[in-house]
Unconditional design. Structure first.
Length: 343
């Protein structure tokens, strides 16, 4: 009764204001509820769909494109939510893989954080820089900024003018987005090799004959080319280090092959071993002037932590492993057995 009496005492104008206020509040609650509910709705795709955002596109344009592709029915709440959450430079441009079951909220989060579609590009251990460059040149997802440029020009672009590229890039799988350039991949591989090499150098064994980490990188590239067996790398590294320490020449075929370049036909002959190049370890003492390939982490670690022993020679057995010998007589026997097949 008291409430009815109070309501009867309220002026007609005040009643209208109260009713409008209640209706407005109800409308706001409904809008907020519908907004929240809509953000949780799953998109309409039944399989993973590729969707592209171009640089500078607004949430309104993107929302309209999402509706056009049938991913959403009404773009309003997507557009509002995207405007509220996008960074100052807008939603991240690129290609996106949108899996089924993605919500509108999840989609905006994907665009805000730039979780773009990535394509792998793999750089193989033991490749030369030329092989690596060829793989980058032919990768369809990269923007090619180094195509046709010389090694010297590329190193200048990387801030290493006057330095040689061989061996300086870490072999690994890197991921390419829609706007990734080949120079970005090179920078990533260069930086990773520098980090790996520095870490291994800081934790190297004592009494190594190297003056700097680059010398270890050169030898690691030779170890990389000499064996694909992880368990042999430190043993082969030990052989080469003992040779360096005793003044013996390394006499490693992969360095000769690298120095021959396109002249190498697939077989090494005695004349090839005598043809002098800056990488021929049969004709020159010490290490080659540069690495001969891209060494992986295991080969770098092996050179920094060589296996102790007295072996100075090794020969391939034909199955990917090697026979190690401490003197020339035993080595010649192993060569006869495994290479010449003479007992």
């Amino acid at each position: 009764m008291v409430g009815r009496k109070y309501w009867n005492d309220v002026s007609s104008r005040s009643k209208h204001l109260i009713l409008w206020a209640l209706l407005t509040l109800a409308l706001c609650v409904w809008i907020a509820y519908d907004f929240h509910l809509s953000l949780g709705y799953s998109l309409k795709n039944k399989t993973t769909m590729v969707f592209s955002i171009q640089t500078g596109e607004s949430p309104r344009v993107i929302g309209a494109e999402l509706k056009h592709k049938g991913l959403i029915v009404e773009p309003l709440w997507f557009t509002v939510y995207a405007y509220l959450h996008q960074p100052s430079n807008g939603l991240v441009a690129g290609e996106y893989d949108i899996p089924p079951g993605t919500s509108v909220r999840g989609l905006v989060d994907m665009f805000v954080h730039g979780r773009i579609r990535l394509t792998p590009v793999t750089i193989i251990e033991g490749w030369t820089f030329a092989q690596m460059k060829g793989a980058l040149d032919h990768h369809p997802s990269l923007i090619h900024q180094t195509l046709g440029k010389s090694d010297e020009e590329i190193m200048t672009m990387l801030g290493l003018a006057g330095q040689k590229p061989e061996g300086r890039f870490f072999p690994d799988t890197y991921f390419v987005g829609q706007h990734t350039t080949d120079i970005q991949i090179l920078k990533n591989a260069l930086n990773k090799m520098q980090r790996v090499l520095e870490n291994e150098w800081q934790n190297r064994s004592t009494e190594l004959p190297f003056k700097e980490a680059y010398e270890a990188l050169v030898l690691a590239s030779i170890v990389e080319k000499e064996t694909g067996r992880a368990q042999e790398r430190s043993k082969i590294a030990g052989v080469f280090l003992r040779r360096l320490e005793t003044g013996m020449r390394l006499q490693t075929d992969p360095s000769v092959i690298y120095g021959m370049g396109p002249l190498y036909s697939g077989d090494l002959h005695k004349d090839d071993l005598l043809r002098d190049t800056p990488w021929n370890t049969y004709t020159r003492n010490g290490l080659p002037i540069t690495p001969i390939a891209l060494p992986g982490r295991e080969s770098i670690h092996a050179v920094m932590h060589p296996e102790k022993g007295d072996a100075l020679y090794f020969v391939g057995k034909g199955d990917g492993t090697h026979e190690f010998s401490s003197n020339l007589q035993d080595h010649n026997k192993a060569v006869n057995q495994y290479q010449r097949h003479v007992q």
